[in-house]
Structure formats: C-alpha cells, structure tokens
Design a protein around this ligand. Structure first.
Ligand SMILES: C[S@@+](CC[C@H](N)C(=O)[O-])C[C@H]1O[C@@H](n2cnc3c(N)ncnc32)[C@H](O)[C@@H]1O
Length: 319
C-alpha cells in the first residue's frame, strides 16, 4: 500500500480551514485566502513580499497564516497607498486604517513599505525573496515590468503569484503575460476570484509543491479537484465577508432606529407641551366669549352713559 499522501490530504491542511480575520472591502482577493494560507505552509518562506496591498485583504491572509503556523518569516507589503487607474485612486484613510490593524497584529514580523515598487526594490538583496505576490497595476507593460524587475530578487526557492489571470476586460492583461510565463515555468492556476496564477520560478522550489504542480499538469481530474477545493473554501470566505457587511449594515440601521426613536420621543414631549398650551388658550377663548356674551346680554340702558362718553371722544362713526 502506498504511503504517499493523496492530493486531497496534501491540500487539506488545517490552516486552509481558517476564516480570514480581516474581512474588508474590496472582496476581490477574499476568495484566495485559503490558497494563500496553504502556500505559506507549503513554502514556509523566509521572506514574503507583496507588490500591491491596498486595504490588505491578501496581505493580512498571508500574515495570518505565518502567525498561525509560527513560521519565522519576514513579510513586506509594498504600495504607495494612493491607488492606480484600475484599483482607482483612494484617500489617506485606507493606509491609516490598515496600519493601525497591521501594527496591532503583525508588527513583530511584518513591515508596510510605503514606496513605489521601483524604488522599494533596492531594500531587498538579490536572491532573497521566497514568495512574491504581484498585484499592482494590471496592464501588460506594468505587470511584465514588475515581474522582470523583481525576478533577480527571487531566491532559488522562489515562487511568484499573479492575481487577475482570469480577467479579460478593459486593458487588464495579466492573462496575456500568464500565457507566456506558464510555457516557461511549472505553474498552477485557479480560475475563481478573478484567477490566481502560481509560478514556480526557482530551481529549488520545495518538492511537495513541485509534486502537486506535476500532478495537476498530468491529470485534468486532479486539476479540477485542486480548483474546486479552493473555490469552495474561497466561496465560504466570500459569504463570511458578505455576512459581516450585512451585519454592519444591520448595526447601522439599528443605531438609526434608536436615533429616530429618541427624536420621536422629543417630538411627542413637545406635542404634549403645545397641547397643554392650546388647552390653556382654548379655555381663555371660552372665558372671553362668555364675557362678551354677558356684556351683550346687558340692558342697553346700562351702557348708554358709556356710549355717550365714547361718541363724545371718538365721534359718531365708530359705533
Ligand atoms: C489591485 S490593488 C491591490 C489589491 C490587494 N492585493 C487586495 O488584496 O485587495 C493594487 C494596488 O497596487 C498599488 N500600486 C499599483 N502600482 C504601483 C506601483 N508602481 N508602486 C506602488 N504601488 C502601486 C496601488 O496603489 C493599489 O493599492
């Protein structure tokens, strides 16, 4: 009987069933969290670098796995945190919120490098990076430049991830570069979550990962099993993000209801005061009407001296 683990046993590491802790918009990378965590376990990278972090969905999934598995990795997120024409330009609040979360959770092994990809490159020695995730600007020229300029930084265990290999719209062209690269290197690709390509670049990538890639290239069934396994886990993560967004919306609406109830109570109190004032005024009107009626009921003779006096002062036309 073979003692080799089956493909499913190789995939079903406990770490892949973790729910990513950082559930935040945009959710485009959320579905890849289980695969990111699996790769961290398979590669145990000494140095992990991400090019393009935005609000940190992908980066924090990698960091979560490093922390959970107690791997002695150094992790770096590189971004200007300004945006680009595909991700859209965004404000300072994105970096502020991420750094607060990051510093509270991962500062012991991770750094946020707020620089352009080109200028940040000089901080890394050649041959030092085991895992590189490229998720910056997605035109053909930009992604090719990111890959080629960072390739010398890869160690001989080096693996490169490309996000958006399955996006075929506007001038997104990771797919085009991916088609070229997968002919030159061993690779694995999943199609869900806009596509994620795993390129085994180094000559000494850990054997278990090479074995998985070899299996998937040899067998369509194994490839489908791999893709379905991570797509199903990814969907669970996406549902969790959607749930947490709905829960946040429910909390917001509940707070609004409390606010409206408070305003309603204030208005009811004001109504009660105005009603009291209106009752008082009604009573006053009733009292005056009674007085007028009484006065009109007086015999004419009793008022005659007053009328005579009035006519004398203001003239006959005022009667
Ligand atoms: C698609 S987003 C990254 C998404 C992220 N991985 C996630 O999980 O949500 C692309 C990011 O790359 C950054 N970026 C693009 N080109 C860059 C460059 N040349 N230098 C630094 N940052 C860049 C943008 O600021 C943007 O935040």
């Amino acid at each position: 009987m073979s003692t080799e683990p089956t493909l499913l046993q190789t995939l079903a590491k406990p770490v892949v069933f973790q729910m990513p802790r950082r559930l935040i918009a945009p959710p485009s990378w959320t579905m890849h969290a289980p695969l990111a965590m699996w790769l961290i376990e398979m590669l145990r990278p000494s140095v992990f670098v991400e090019l393009g972090t935005f609000s940190g969905t992908s980066y924090c999934a990698f960091c979560q796995a490093v922390q959970h598995l107690s791997i002695p990795s150094k992790c770096y997120a590189v971004d200007t945190w300004k945006g680009d024409p595909h991700a859209s330009m965004y404000g300072e609040d994105v970096f502020k919120e991420l750094s607060a979360y990051h510093d509270a959770n991962y500062a012991s092994f991770s750094r946020l490098v707020r620089e352009d990809f080109d200028s940040a490159r000089s901080h890394f020695a050649d041959g030092s990076i085991d895992l590189l995730h490229i998720d910056g600007y997605h035109t053909y020229d930009a992604v090719k430049h990111d890959f080629e300029s960072w390739r010398p930084k890869l160690s001989n265990r080096g693996v490169v991830l490309f996000h958006d290999t399955n996006v075929h719209e506007r001038d997104f062209a990771v797919a085009q570069l991916w088609d070229e690269l997968k002919r030159q290197y061993q690779s694995i690709e999943v199609l869900h979550g806009h596509g994620l390509g795993i390129l085994l670049v180094g000559s000494d990538v850990p054997a278990p990962l090479r074995e998985v890639a070899r299996h998937l290239i040899a067998s369509g069934d194994d490839l489908r099993l791999f893709q379905d396994f991570f797509a199903h886990l990814g969907r669970a993560c996406l549902l969790e993000v959607e749930d947490s967004q709905k829960r946040a919306e429910i909390r917001r609406l509940e707070e609004r209801v409390v606010e409206l109830e408070r305003d309603g109570t204030k208005l009811l109190n004001r109504c009660a005061i105005l009603e009291g004032e209106a009752q008082g005024l009604n009573q006053e009107v009733g009292r005056l009407a009674l007085e007028i009626r009484k006065e009109r009921a007086q015999p004419k003779g009793m008022l005659a001296p007053l009328r005579i006096m009035k006519r004398a002062v203001v003239g006959p036309r005022s009667e």
